[in-house]
Design a protein around this ligand. Structure first.
Ligand code: ADP
Ligand code: ASP
Ligand code: MG
Length: 419
């Protein structure tokens, strides 16, 4: 679907500006100046914008005042309005800059999605209107986060979804680069709001960025990284507030022997932990318990099963905090059937993950990680690993301490060895 040769003699860039970058009239005017400067440099520019910061949350809160369980379709009609405001205001600001510009909602472009309201996936993008405008010398301003299904219903792509709109447009239009402008000047070794001496990375591989995003680094929406990797879209994260090279998300791994083993630390405060104890240690038991959870459409993340001396097992897993009560009710029901002893739930946990492609060829990362946490007396509740990631679940109150200690234990504040 998103293929075909580029028909553009000029460089086409897709620039995405997030909520804080368009959070006030002054910020929108500043964005217009940046876009106009790119035009003057000879680029064709497609701009994707988010709603003004706080707006999407405000709309969700309004719905909550009206209905405890609002219709998913109407929620999408509601929350997509935030982006419609910013596309119009930015286009007007561009006109003020003497730049011809036109705004489009997702439906007007025809960003076709499936009908999974609030987490729709992009299926196809019709680039015709955008191409015509670009050919006519206009800047095209597209509302992020939204699309339309086959029936014409408005859909949204999940929180942070404007990143995905930008990458998908860049893929469809064969853009030279997709630039994600935000309130930090790149991807850091960890969230710079938590660790003061977090360091900006010059580059990071798609694979690592995918793990960072999926483990909770909200600087890029995971779908956007998936899309960029799949369609090989050159992707860069930059600041809309200051000049700088930002961070390039690259396809290839550096072969440099001295590259750091760990590239970054991600964390996720959105999960809760559930445990069912005293269940029979028999084949199929995990499937009985987790099957019931998945039938209720609850996504399960970390899973650990233990067998005790009394030949009974316990099963612990994490889910999104919003799903904790629902999952607990299901476990209570199963506990009766299986004559389990207890069901416990805890939403004061966090997940901390160390990510790095260098882990493939280096042993000892887990040992260093556990030592660093032990030095701070932080108890590890669950552990899970993949080829390029180690994740632990710990008590929420230790989050900042844990991330800071790990950051310094792996010397992440020091200069990148690859540069
Ligand atoms: P936008 O509104 O522009 O989409 P987001 O708030 O979604 O911005 O993402 C930017 C934020 O991501 C930063 O302000 C930062 O706090 C957070 N963040 C989390 N992890 C990282 C990381 N590893 N590098 C940079 N920023 C990160
Ligand atoms: N406005 C939407 C959100 O707050 C989409 C985005 O900003 O990317 O999640
Ligand atoms: Mg975002």
């Amino acid at each position: 679907m998103l293929t075909g040769p580029s028909i553009y003699p000029m460089n086409l860039v897709v620039q995405k500006y997030g909520g804080t970058s368009v959070g006030s009239i002054e910020r929108i005017q500043a964005v217009a100046q940046k876009v106009a400067a790119s035009r003057r440099e000879g680029h064709q520019v497609v701009v994707v914008v988010s709603a003004m910061s706080g707006e999407t949350n405000r709309l969700i809160a309004l719905a909550a005042e009206i209905h405890t369980n609002p219709s998913a379709r109407e929620m999408d009609v509601l929350v997509s309005t935030g982006e419609q405001v910013t596309i119009a205001l930015l286009s007007m600001a561009l006109h003020e800059e003497g730049c011809d510009a036109r705004s489009y909602t997702g439906g007007q472009v025809r960003i076709l999605t499936d009908n999974e309201h609030s987490k729709a996936r992009i299926q196809e993008i019709d680039g015709h209107r955008i191409r015509d405008d670009l050919e006519a010398g206009r800047v095209v301003v597209v509302a992020g986060f939204q699309g339309v299904d086959e029936q014409g219903n408005i859909t949204t792509l999940g929180r942070g979804g404007s990143d995905t709109t930008a990458v998908a447009l860049a893929a469809a239009l064969r853009a030279t680069e997709c630039q994600i402008y935000t309130d930090v000047d790149g991807v850091y070794t960890t969230d710079p709001r938590v660790v003061d001496d977090a360091r900006r990375l010059e580059k990071i591989t798609f694979e690592e960025m995918l793990e960072m995003s999926s483990q909770g680094s909200k600087v890029l929406q995971i779908r956007a990284v998936e899309f960029a990797g799949k369609y090989q879209v050159p992707l860069r994260v930059l600041s809309s507030f200051e000049e700088g090279p930002g961070t390039l998300i690259t396809l290839e791994e550096d072969d440099d022997m001295e590259k750091p083993v760990v590239s970054g630390i991600a964390f996720n405060r959105d999960e809760a932990k559930l445990t069912i104890r005293g269940i029979p240690d028999t084949p199929g038991i995990a499937s009985t318990v987790l099957g019931a959870i998945s039938e209720a459409n609850i996504e399960v993340d970390v899973i650990v099963q233990n067998v005790g001396h009394d030949d009974t097992a316990s099963l612990t897993f994490t889910v999104h905090r919003n799903d904790m009560s629902k999952a607990e009710a299901i476990l209570q029901r199963i506990a009766k059937q299986l004559k389990a002893t207890t069901v416990e739930s805890d939403d004061r946990i966090v997940k901390v993950s160390m990510v790095g492609v260098g882990m493939r060829s280096h042993a000892g990362v887990a040992a260093t990680m556990f030592e660093a946490l032990a030095r701070e007396n932080i108890n590890i509740q669950l552990i899970t690993t993949s080829e390029i990631k180690i994740t632990v679940v710990i008590e929420e109150r230790y989050l900042e301490l844990a991330v800071r200690s790990l950051h310094s234990a792996f010397k992440l504040e020091q200069q990148d060895l690859v540069e």
